[in-house]
Design a protein around this ligand. Structure first.
Ligand code: ASP
Length: 439
């Protein structure tokens, strides 16, 4: 049995948290490959080491004095080393990092040192081998993650290490410099490592006991999801559920390796299992509800549109030429609406409108802004009658006006567009009708 375990920043924010992590790892010998994040927040107003590093590096880049900022970062690590009573000095590492900051080694290099140093501490604490991610995780010439090269190199390297610590968040780019994934990217490293060693399970340890059915800022203490499929999760993460980085699913999808979200502060909780497929029925028809505000819609009308072959392609090409990706494209006989992110669209608005006029010569183009999209996701909706009915009657009772409905024939999700100001009320209404009433 081989397990890959990734620990998030809050699980490694202090010596005390490290001790909890140590207990978790020592408790199970199959927890063989450990991927740490950088130290996160110890309390709500605290600053993550990654943010401190960005801030410090920006000062260095601008030629300002950065020694006091640098000192505070050192102190965070020293506090952990002292608290764990480790015989470890990072003196030489810090000297080199400081020099590289001065020589402007790059923002990604700077940010990556958070996980790099935490990895060294973790390896010393657990007495495991330390493997620098820059030696085993690669990006290609275009800056994209190089899955093939990484998988081969990492598999070979880990074949020789029974136990190892591999810091999360970064790797090496084609030109030899350090490159990071996007924020929260240690989750991706964990998946990559799990894939390379063909792990039985990828445990992702964080500070919540799994995925919640919906956002706890909107619903107080929502239920936890027991089992969720990759596909469902992809939908929910994309729409704003943030426990796991959305790109962390991709490396595991084809390998069928399950991910278990666990809570470092409550290790007995089972957490959420993320699986390729499952026979287990979700508890409440729907698995989760997520959503985002800040969309705009472009409604294009043209008489006899439906008989004009190529209309949709021409419309979408205008968005492509303006570098905009579209979210949803519901259509009627003579109308086609394109949903986009408002902030991205705003800058290009007039260019898109002019482009649409040139491309398809529409009768009218109407714009609407301040819209929110809500995804109601669940494998349990397939072949279940009445789900849409329940959603829309709940929304009507809550006085929420529905602006858009989109359900593909996969029946995995129903996307609903509402005005930004109705967002919270809509989520609450949907949660209540599926979850609260069945409790
Ligand atoms: N430390 C990085 C961040 O704060 C990556 C991670 O924690 O996953 O984004």
């Amino acid at each position: 049995m081989k397990k890959v375990v990734k620990f998030g920043g809050s699980s490694l924010a202090s010596a005390e948290q490290f001790q909890k992590v140590g207990e978790i790892i020592r408790e199970d010998k199959s927890r063989r490959y450990v991927v740490p994040s950088a130290p996160g927040k110890r309390y709500p107003e605290d600053v993550k080491v990654t943010d401190m590093l960005y801030d410090c590096y920006h000062a260095a880049e601008e030629g300002k004095s950065f020694s006091s900022k640098f000192k505070r970062i050192r102190e965070r690590y020293q506090e952990i080393i002292d608290g764990l009573h480790l015989d470890l000095s990072l003196e030489e590492e810090f000297r080199l990092i400081e020099q590289n900051f001065r020589e402007k080694a790059g923002e990604d290099y700077a940010a990556s040192r958070g996980e790099y140093l935490n990895g060294i501490i973790m390896a010393c604490y657990l007495q495991m081998e330390f493997i620098d991610a820059a030696e085993v995780i690669f990006f290609d010439e275009e800056g994209a993650f190089d899955a093939e090269k990484t998988n081969k190199c990492l598999a070979e390297r880990l074949d020789q290490a029974e136990y190892a610590v591999i810091p999360g968040f970064y790797g090496k780019s084609a030109n030899g410099t350090i490159k990071t994934f996007s924020r929260g990217g240690s989750d991706i490293t964990g998946s990559i490592v799990a894939r390379a060693v063909n792990a039985d399970i990828y445990e992702n340890w964080t500070d919540v006991s799994g995925f919640l059915v919906t956002d706890p800022r909107i619903i107080k203490d929502p239920e936890t999801i027991g089992t969720i499929t990759y596909k469902e999760l992809r939908e929910l993460s994309y729409m704003g559920a943030t426990v796991l980085h959305a790109d962390a699913i991709l490396p595991l999808r084809s390998a069928g390796i399950p991910i278990n979200i666990r809570n470092t502060n409550r290790p007995k909780d089972k957490g959420t299992m993320i699986v390729e497929s499952t026979c287990s029925k979700p508890k409440y028809t729907i698995t989760g509800i997520a959503g985002k505000k800040g969309f705009a819609s472009i409604n294009i009308e043209k008489d006899m549109m439906n008989s004009e072959i190529g209309f949709g392609r021409k419309v979408l090409q205008v968005f492509e030429e303006n570098g905009l990706s579209f979210e949803h494209v519901p259509s009627g006989i003579d109308t086609l609406t394109v949903f986009v992110h408002q902030d991205e669209f705003q800058e290009k608005e007039q260019s898109v409108i002019a482009g649409l006029h040139r491309a398809v010569n529409p009768d009218t183009i109407e714009l609407e802004s301040d819209l929110a999209l809500i995804a109601v996701v669940g494998r349990g909706m397939k072949r279940t009658r009445g789900t849409a009915g329940r959603i829309f009657s709940a929304l009507a009772h809550a006085h929420v006006n529905v602006k858009m409905i989109d359900q593909g024939s996969s029946e995995l999700n129903i996307i609903i567009g509402v005005e930004n100001r109705d967002f919270e009320a809509a989520i609450k209404a949907i949660y209540d009708i599926f979850v609260t009433v069945s409790l």
